[in-house]
Structure formats: C-alpha cells, structure tokens
Design a protein around this ligand. Structure first.
Ligand SMILES: *[C@@H]1O[C@H](CO)[C@@H](O)[C@H](O)[C@H]1NC(C)=O
Ligand SMILES: *[C@@H]1O[C@H](CO)[C@@H](O)[C@H](O)[C@H]1NC(C)=O
Ligand SMILES: *[C@@H]1O[C@H](CO)[C@@H](O)[C@H](O)[C@H]1NC(C)=O
Ligand SMILES: *[C@@H]1O[C@H](CO)[C@@H](O)[C@H](O)[C@H]1NC(C)=O
Ligand SMILES: *[C@@H]1O[C@H](CO)[C@@H](O)[C@H](O)[C@H]1NC(C)=O
Length: 453
C-alpha cells in the first residue's frame, strides 16, 4: 500500500521535475510548436520563451527540443549545465548574462547556433568554454563588454562559419597582432562570415585577413579605419560604413568577387575617384549614403559609362549625400539598372541636371529629388522643372543668353533712337535755332518800346 502511494508520489514528483518546458504544467511561459523537418523528416520542437521574465534557465529541455529561444529575459549567469542531445539552436541574447560556468555548454553535442549577444559578458574564465561544441557553425558574442578573449578559445570550433564579435571593447586587443584571429584565438580558416564592427579598429596590417581563405562576408562598420584594409579575394559582401575614409579610389578596391559594397555614414568622405569601382566586376549593389560631405562622384567612377559595359551594379543608392550634380553619362547605366536612389542631395539645378527628368520611372521616389541651388529654384522638384525655370538651357525657345543680352542692348538702342527721331521731328533744328532770333527776316518783331507818358 505504502509502496503504491510512494509510487504515485514518485511519479508525480518525477512528472513535475521531468516535465519539460513545453508541457502544460511547466512553470516557464513558453510557446511551443512541433513540426516535421522538411529535409530530414525528423520531428522538431521550437520553444519560444522570449520576454517571459525567466531568471534561471530551465534544466530539462525535453526529448526532442531543437530550438530554444530565451532572449529578452533576466538570466544573469549560466551555471547549471544544460543537457540536450537534440538542441540545435540556443538564443540567449538580451539577457543579463555576465558569467558562463566552465562546462556549461559541454552537454549539447548537436548545437550548431549559439547567440550570446547583448549581454554583460566581460570575459570567459578559460579557453575550454566551447570545447565540446564540434558542430557549432554560428557564434554571436556581439554587444557585450569583452576586452580580451582567452587564447585558442575558438580552436575547438572546427565547423564554425559565422563569427560575430562586434560592438565590444576588443579593438586594442585585436589590432596590434597581425594574426590574432587565426594564430592567437584559433578561428578556423574556413570561416565565411566575420563581423568586426564597432570595435574601435584604426588600422589593420595588410596580412591581417590572410588566414581566411573562404571569407565571403566581412563587416567592419563603425570603426576608425582611414583606409580600406586588404581583404581576401573571396570576399562577396563588405561593409565599411561609419569609418573615417576620405576618398575612394581603385587602389584599395580590387575584389573580383565582391557583390555588395556599403560605404554609408561617413562625414569624412569627400570624393569618389575615377575608376574607384572599375575592378569590382561582380558588383551588384553599391550603397553610399549619408555622407554629408561627399560632393564629388567621378563621371568615370565605374568606367566610361557611355561605353557598352555590363559590369556595373544593378542597385545604386546615393541618398543623403552632399552631391550637387551627377554627370549625364550615367544615363547609359541608369537605363539598365533596377534600383537608383538619389534623394536628399543638395542638387544644383542647372542645365546639367535636366537629364534626370527622363528617369522618373527608374528612380526611387523621384518626386523627392529637389533643387538646393540656385536660390530662386530652392526646394523645387527636379521633375517639375520647366524650360522657363532654366531659360539658358533652351536657346531654341528663349535664345542664347548672349543673344538675349544683345537683344536687350539693341532694344534699348532702338528705343533711344526712336525717341531722338521723334524729338527731332517735333522740334526741327531750324525752328529751334531761329526761335528767338530777332532780325530783319525774323517772324518776330521786337517789342515796341513804350514811351512813358
Ligand atoms: C495542454 O493544453 C492544451 C490546450 O491548452 C490541450 O489541448 C492539451 O490536451 C493539454 N495537454 C496535456 C498533456 O494536458
Ligand atoms: C538586468 O539588467 C537590467 C539592466 O542592467 C537591470 O535593470 C535588471 O534589474 C537586471 N535584472 C536582473 C534580474 O538582474
Ligand atoms: C576546412 O574545410 C576543409 C573542407 O571542408 C577541411 O578539409 C579542412 O579540414 C577544414 N579546415 C579546418 C582547419 O577545419
Ligand atoms: C574613433 O573615432 C571617434 C570619433 O572621431 C572617437 O570619438 C573615438 O575615440 C575613436 N576611437 C578610437 C579607438 O580611437
Ligand atoms: C561628363 O563626363 C564627360 C565624359 O566623361 C565629360 O566629357 C563632361 O565634361 C562631363 N560633364 C560635366 C558637366 O562635367
């Protein structure tokens, strides 16, 4: 009898303890979904426990949980080891994690994706923390307070392909040593995506990225770089926004596989030189936006646009720069492009801007293109410019400017002449000359002298 009671109690007790985070009586407020993986045809369970006020991670994840999202909670430290054979993806971003216990990730043999971004981590106790994650492909440590990392911490991650270290205080640690990522931290040369944004990087040695033979995506946003560093030729996506570049020239851009280039948010940038993008034969998308001092965009930035060349981007955004004009030869490119954005530049509305009116279909938000100069056309929409606004550009209608000046001079001369003729006719020279003459033939006689009586 007592045996049965014990058995019931045991099962209730165990039921509670073992109840995974997706069961109805779980104390965790998670939304769980199960489905069959399209490719492997295995059952998958996703637990979304985001923003649920969780302070301590659940220890029992159940039998077939694949994805656990505990982002936006209040988890302060990762102590009790998590164990799951099925867990593939673990999202711990936006918590209060400041400490990870040694061995915490040791029992997650199938983990491929780990997001620890937006926490308060300053260091890892030793280099063993990722030791038992041979399948990890994605690791995000961005938006923490790391100042350094243990040597060889990434060495066990043979399958790592994407690494995010952005927005930490790692600049000083990563900069001086030219091979720190590979030789000191042990990042695999097979990495394809690397994010080193917001680290305070000023200068990188020309061999800095030599280690990476498969790198396709590199983000170096919001650093203090003054030149474009040397990058592997495999690169396809490069973001250098928010650095301190001043000019863009062909010297630094020699990447035949590069498809997307971003050069946004740089007040220091003033000029795009001749042939700056000439060597980027695979370029599909080019973003140069929010560079208030960018005034010069060479007519030959890609090549002579009037030549029938086909390696130019299909997507070009030049929004919110300081451009006052763009050479008319770009019309040859624009005809073949899919997206062109030129809004919010201080366009100078002279004859050289009128060609843009032909691209109302192709331009993004064409009605937001406005003149900043000259003063009398300020705020006028470029698409609304009439011949009468720019008379100089329509000599057939309004005559050439020099002709118009001549016409004015001639008209003034004509009026003066007519006035003179009229005057002369009205008051002939003779009448004028003899009017007051008094003499024998004069029609006038001298006034009689009246003798006083
Ligand atoms: C859990 O709750 C759902 C609906 O709230 C119900 O359909 C389901 O049967 C419950 N499962 C268990 C094991 O109680
Ligand atoms: C988490 O961090 C935030 C901001 O630092 C703080 O307001 C909050 O009290 C912390 N929560 C816990 C449980 O420590
Ligand atoms: C890189 O990838 C290749 C091919 O997938 C593999 O043979 C090699 O061992 C990998 N290198 C490292 C250091 O993991
Ligand atoms: C980077 O440049 C910004 C803006 O000029 C400056 O405030 C910051 O201190 C610089 N950082 C470093 C690491 O030099
Ligand atoms: C536009 O570019 C062409 C060819 O590169 C050049 O001859 C012409 O002077 C340029 N026009 C303006 C207004 O700068």
């Amino acid at each position: 009898m007592s045996f049965v009671v014990f058995g019931v109690l045991f099962s209730i007790f165990c039921g509670n303890v073992l109840s995974d985070i997706c069961s109805n009586n779980s104390k965790f407020d998670c939304v769980c979904k199960s489905f069959t993986d399209q490719i492997t045809h295995l059952p998958l369970t996703i637990a979304d426990c985001g923003d649920a006020g969780i302070e301590t991670l659940p220890t029992d994840l159940g039998e077939d949980l694949s994805i656990l999202d505990v982002s936006s909670n209040e988890i302060g430290s990762l102590d009790a080891k998590l164990a799951s054979k099925s867990l593939v993806k673990l999202i711990l971003s936006y918590n209060n994690v400041s400490k990870v216990a040694v061995g915490f990730f040791d029992n997650l043999p199938n983990l491929k994706y780990l997001d620890l971004s937006n926490n308060f981590l300053t260091s890892f106790d030793n280099a063993e923390v990722f030791k038992k994650l041979p399948n990890l492909r994605y690791l995000d440590l961005s938006y923490n307070n790391f100042k350094s990392l243990p040597e060889f911490i990434f060495s066990p991650l043979k399958e790592l392909r994407r690494l995010h270290l952005s927005y930490n205080d790692l600049g000083e640690y990563l900069m001086p040593n030219k091979a720190v990522l590979g030789d000191v931290l042990g990042v695999t040369p097979n990495l394809t995506h690397l994010d080193l944004s917001g680290l305070g990087l000023k200068e990188l040695h020309t061999t800095y990225f030599d280690h990476f033979v498969e790198l396709k995506t590199l983000s170096l946003e919001d650093n203090n770089l003054t030149t474009i560093p040397t990058i592997p030729y495999t690169i396809e996506f490069l973001d250098l926004s928010g650095n301190r570049l001043t000019v863009i020239s062909a010297k630094y851009l020699n990447y035949h596989s590069l498809k997307v280039l971003k050069l946004n948010r740089m007040n220091t940038l003033t000029s795009i030189h001749h042939y700056a993008f000439y060597n980027l034969v695979s370029l599909e998308k080019l973003y140069i936006t929010d560079c208030a001092n960018l005034k010069e965009f060479s007519d030959l930035a890609f090549d002579d646009a009037s030549k029938d060349i086909h390696h130019h981007p299909k997507f070009l955004s030049l929004a919110r720069n300081g451009l006052e004009s763009l050479n008319e030869t770009y019309k040859y490119f624009f005809k073949r492009m899919e997206h062109i954005d030129l809004i919010h530049n201080p366009w100078n509305c002279d004859c050289n801007i009128l060609w843009l009116k032909d691209f109302a279909q192709e331009l993004n938000r064409p009605h937001e293109l406005r003149c900043s100069y000259p003063d009398q056309l300020k705020h006028k929409k470029i698409l609304d410019l009439e011949p009468s606004d720019l008379k100089d550009c329509f000599p057939a209608i309004y005559g050439k400017k020099s002709h118009r000046a001549l016409i004015v001079v001639l008209a003034v001369a004509c009026v003066t002449l007519c006035g003179l003729i009229f005057y002369l006719l009205r008051y002939p020279v003779n009448g004028f000359a003899g009017r007051h003459r008094i003499g024998p033939n004069s029609p006038y006689v001298s006034a009689p002298t009246t003798e006083p009586i």
